[in-house]
Design a protein around this ligand. Sequence first.
Ligand code: GCO
Ligand code: MG
Length: 411
Amino acid sequence: SGSAIRSAEVLVSSPDRNFVTLRVTTEDGVVGLGDATLNGRELSVVSYLRDHVVPLLIGRDAHRIEDTWQFLYRSAYWRRGPVTMAAIAAVDVALWDIKARYAGMPLYQLLGGASRTGIMAYGHASGRDLPELFDSIRHHQELGFRSIRVQTAVPGIDKVYGIAAQHTSTGSRYDYEPAQRIPLPAEEDWDTRAYLRHLPRVFEAVRHEFGPELPLLHDGHHRMTPIQAARLGKDLEPYDLFWLEDCTPAENQDALRLVRQHTTTPLAIGEVFNTVWDYQTLVREQLVDYVRSAVTHTGGITALRRILDFAAQYQIKSGIHGPTDISPVGMAAALHLDLAIHNFGIQEYMPHGRLTDEVFRQSFTFTEGFLHPGDAPGLGVVYDDAVADRFPYQPAYLPFNRLKDGTVHDW
Ligand code: GCO
Ligand code: MG
C-alpha cells in the first residue's frame, strides 16, 4: 500500500560535527527523518541501522509505529544500550515525522497538542575566571536566554570539560563543542577537592552579580562520589540552583539515595541513560527532580514519552538533553514532545553552527528565551543532500580525564 516503506537511507554528514540521520520514504513519497547520532561512536549506529535494521523496514507499514518499536526492541533479543536504542530512536522519530506529514500537522498535535505557548530553554555560560564567566552570562542574556548553566575552570586544573575556548570554529566566543576532530581523545585533568572548594564561591559571586531571580544550573558531569556530591549539593543550597546535573556516575542508582538524604538542591540525571529501567529506582523513590534523557538516545518519542509519563506520577519533570551532538532532527523531536507533555521542566539549548543549519533546514523559533517547534507538518526539518554531501564523516572523540597521579577518572 501507499504507506509501505520504500526506502530507508542512513546519511552521515559532518557540517560542523558528525551527524547520523535516518531518512525513511514511503511508497507515496512521504519522507520522515530520525536522528541516530552517538557522539564519538557514530559509525556503530550506522552499521546497526544499515546492516541490521534497514532490511527489516522495507515493505513495513510506516503507520505502525508501536508495532515497529516493539519488533525492533524484542526481535533483536539483545536489549538496551546506547547503540541499539539510538538506532530504534531514529526509526521511531522518522515514523512519527511521516505520520504527522500524512496528517498535515506539526507532530506535537499528534502527541496531544500544545500544553504551553513556549518552551523555556537554558543556555551554557562558561569562563576561565569570574570576569569571563560574567561576560558569558551577559552574552547569553543578550541572546535571549532566561536560564543559564554555569561552568567554570578550577584554579590548579589545566583543562576542564565544558569551558568554551575563546574563539571556536562557529565564530561564537561562548560555545564549546563536546567532541574534537582529532585522532585520539584529548586528555584533560581533574581534582575533585579543588572543584568542591571552588564552585560554591563561583555561585556566590554569580548570585551577588546577577541577583536572586535568574535560574542557574550546573553540570557535575559524573565526576563525584556520592558523599562528595552530597556535600556539593549542601554547599550550593544558599544559591538556589534550578538543578545540579549528573552529580555522580548515574549507573549506580543507590548513590542518589545518599545524596538526597543530605541536600534539597534539585537533582537532574539521565543523559547517558537509554531506557526506563535506568530510572526505575530513581523515579519510584523520588531521588531525582528532572529526567535528562534525549529522544535520540532513549528509543525515540514512543519510549521517552513513557519515561516522562512514569516520572510525572512522582512530580518529576523533563529536562531533555540538547547539546550540539543531538542533531536538529533530534532537537525538533524534543521540542514537539516538550510542547505536548504536562510535566515539562526546561529544555537544554546549545545552538548548532551555521553549516549544520544549512544541512538541516528547520522551522523552530527561539524568542525571548522560549523555543517553539513551529507549525510545519511533521518535525519541521528538511535535509539538504547537496549541502550534506560537501561534509564527509570525520573521526572525532570526546575528551577524558586523568587525576594528578595519572589515574583515569570520570570526566
Ligand atoms: C550536557 C552534556 C553534554 C555531553 C555531550 C557528550 O549536559 O549538555 O553533559 O555536553 O557531555 O552531549 O556527547
Ligand atoms: Mg550533562
